[in-house]
Design a binder for this molecule. Structure first.
Ligand SMILES: [Zn+2]
Length: 99
C-alpha cells in the first residue's frame, strides 16, 4: 500500500510495450551476477540469498527491509531479478496460436 503522493497528475499520452532481451534483463537484475541459484527459499524463517525470495528483490516481511533500497515492505516497489535457465525455452508470448 502506497502513501498519497503530492506529485502533479499528468495525462498518459501513449504507452509502448516491448520484449526485453537477455542482456537487458541481466543488466536490470539486482541479483548480480548469477541471479537465482538456490532451490531454497527460506532458512530459519529468513529469505535465502540467491533464492526466489532473495532480500534484494524487495521485502514482503514487515520485520525485514529490502536489501536493495533499504525501505520497508510498504515503501519498496520491488526489484527485478533473473534466472539463468539450463536450456532455452520458447516464450508463450511469441508462440503462434494453435489452428
Ligand atoms: Zn527495495
Amino acid at each position: 500500500m502506497f502513501m498519497h503522493s503530492e506529485a502533479d497528475i499528468k495525462k498518459v499520452k501513449r504507452v509502448q510495450f516491448g520484449i526485453l532481451g537477455p542482456d537487458e534483463i541481466k543488466a536490470m537484475s539486482v541479483m548480480q551476477p548469477d541471479g537465482v541459484t538456490s532451490d531454497r527459499t527460506f532458512d530459519n524463517g529468513k529469505p535465502v540469498q540467491g533464492g526466489l525470495m532473495d532480500p534484494r528483490l524487495g521485502s514482503i516481511d514487515r520485520y525485514i527491509n529490502c536489501a536493495t533500497c533499504g525501505m520497508d515492505h510498504n515503501e519498496c516497489p520491488g526489484h527485478f531479478g533473473h534466472i539463468e535457465l539450463a536450456k532455452p525455452i520458447r516464450s508463450a508470448a511469441s508462440a503462434s496460436p494453435a489452428l
